[in-house]
Design a protein around this ligand. Structure first.
Ligand SMILES: Cc1cc2nc3c(=O)[nH]c(=O)nc-3n(C[C@H](O)[C@H](O)[C@H](O)COP(=O)(O)OP(=O)(O)OC[C@H]3O[C@@H](n4cnc5c(N)ncnc54)[C@H](O)[C@@H]3O)c2cc1C
Length: 471
């Protein structure tokens, strides 16, 4: 397979950007911005990845508008960066070659909810919380819950997941169909509302996880779930992260249908206590949730309790009231912000890996040892039921030695996970920062196939260039 495909598009000139700004402003008025503050907000801001703002930000309202602007950019060979809510963590929304950021946050229509089919159709700018707010009275919910209130379009683009993935899957499992604007400006629908289909290539899954490099998702058809009859949640402390992970492995291998099983190491628990005013025991902790019928939930909890007792002598504590449960999970979702409070002023380097469940305890324990030896403050949290965990080193970005030590730590973490037949990212995605790991994970031929696909769909390399695969 032809390995190297060279980029065909030089960075757009100032004159091109100026002409484009004039043209877009004429067509779309104040939904076009070149203000420095707005442009900066649309570059990467959440970690130490350097901010690379676009030249122009455009707030789209319809699929047709997106198509119109993509055609214009294609003609002028101007890069495009799609934008949802900007919560991605690996430099995904940076514009290294400038160009136009297409912000989809105004595309907020919930187009249809088909209660009888348990699905819905939404525009890309709807956030996961907005969708659940809309669904609550219908007894339905959308289960994918990254810590941030991300847009559904952004979640499709990063193949996101969250605390519920162990039971309900990730974005790759819940998307039925997409409307996508291709790099040529053409609008395609990738599939139907049918629950399954054998009709041709799976374009839906090609787009899921493509991080805006193959097209812009404007509408999404999603599977929904009924709100379970009974929900119960609890916490269980363990003496070490390894003991907690061993309990997770046995729980999953025993087939207990956990709805959520989340690890917090003692550093993260301390951060959460300070940030969310809780008094959780400051040792490695599992946060758990069970969904089902009253009897089913009771039985699952008892079975988990028996397994946990093999690895800890600490009690399993229930959050019985719904408000206690919500407080617990809100605290879990705020773990990122809580961790930042442990070292005010430091940069956070949130990174994630995922390994087969049988390797989880080994991978987390080795990582914990690595953190202790390197002397970093780096809390661990994880959607451990899937073998997925996050480490969040807090680093003085002005100290080159600390930065180098942190980069070396992330490098060891990724290589450790890949050596255990895992992945360099379970849910955050590749963006700019993890591109260098795709070859060790997938091999040169698979990476070249990704390049061939990218080149075939985006011959002028205008769609989120400099992400996932270098051309
Ligand atoms: C506090 C915190 C906690 C987090 N927890 C989790 C977690 O538990 N699980 C998880 O998976 N992630 C998590 N994340 C990461 C982040 O929330 C997800 O990656 C999310 O899916 C990004 O959505 P977004 O709308 O913010 O997308 P953006 O950041 O705006 O964009 C992300 C990528 O998708 C592309 N894109 C955006 N919209 C579209 C579109 N409509 N069409 C095509 N491409 C598009 C962008 O170009 C970019 O490459 C967390 C982030 C934070 C800050």
């Amino acid at each position: 397979m032809n390995a190297i495909l060279s980029p065909s598009r030089p960075k757009p000139s100032e004159a091109t950007i100026s002409d484009l700004t004039t043209e877009l402003s004429r067509r779309f008025g104040d939904r076009v911005s070149t203000s420095a503050a707005i442009r900066e907000q649309h570059g990467h801001t959440l970690t130490w990845v350097k901010n690379q703002p676009p030249d122009i930000v455009f707030y789209a309202r319809t699929t047709e508008e997106v198509s119109e602007i993509v055609k214009l950019c294609a003609e002028k060979r101007v890069p495009i960066v799609p934008f949802g809510t900007g919560t991605s963590l690996e430099g995904h929304i940076n514009a290294p070659d400038g160009g136009v950021c297409i912000d989809l946050s105004l595309m907020k229509r919930i187009i249809a909810v088909h209660e009888e089919d348990l699905d819905c159709v939404v525009e890309a700018g709807v956030t996961r919380k907005e969708l659940n707010e809309h669904l609550r009275d219908k007894g339905l919910f959308f289960p994918i819950d990254p810590g941030a209130d991300a847009s559904i379009g952004g979640m499709v683009a990063t193949r996101a997941s969250g605390t519920n993935a162990v039971r309900y899957g990730t974005m790759k499992d819940v998307v039925l169909s997409l409307t996508v604007v291709l790099p040529t400006g053409e609008i395609v629908k990738t599939s139907s509302r049918a629950r399954k289909s054998s009709a041709g290539y799976d374009l839906t899954r090609l787009m899921i996880g493509s991080e805006g490099t193959l097209g812009i998702v404007t509408e999404i058809t999603l599977k929904l779930n009924g709100i379970p009859e009974a929900i119960s949640a609890g916490i269980c402390p363990f003496p070490t992260v390894k003991a907690a992970c061993d309990a997770v492995i046995l729980t999953i291998q025993s087939g207990i249908p956990m709805a959520r099983i989340e690890l917090l190491d003692e550093v993260q628990v301390k951060a959460v206590n300070l940030h969310s005013k809780l008094d959780l025991p400051e040792s490695p902790l599992l946060l758990l949730e069970f969904h089902g019928s009253e009897a089913g939930v009771q039985e699952q909890a008892e079975r988990f309790g028996e397994i946990a007792a093999e690895f800890t002598d600490k009690p399993f504590v229930w959050a019985t009231k719904p408000e206690e449960r919500s407080r617990l999970w809100q605290a879990r979702h705020d773990a990122y912000w809580a961790a930042r409070g442990l070292r005010p002023g430091a940069q956070s380097v949130a990174t994630d890996v995922c390994v087969p469940i049988s390797r989880l305890a080994e991978c987390v324990a080795e990582t914990k040892r690595d953190i202790l030896e390197s002397g970093m403050i780096a809390p661990i949290v994880g959607h451990v039921g899937d073998g997925n965990f996050h480490v969040q080193p807090l680093v003085n970005a002005d100290d080159p030695a600390e930065v180098a030590a942190c980069e070396a730590f992330v490098d060891r973490l990724v290589k450790r996970a890949v050596a255990m037949e895992g992945t360099c990212t379970g849910e955050h995605g590749v963006g700019q920062k993890k591109m260098k790991y795709l070859e060790i994970e997938h091999g040169a031929d698979a990476l070249n196939l990704m390049r061939v696909l990218k080149r075939a769909m985006d011959p002028h390399n205008i769609m989120n260039p400099g992400k996932i695969v270098a051309l």
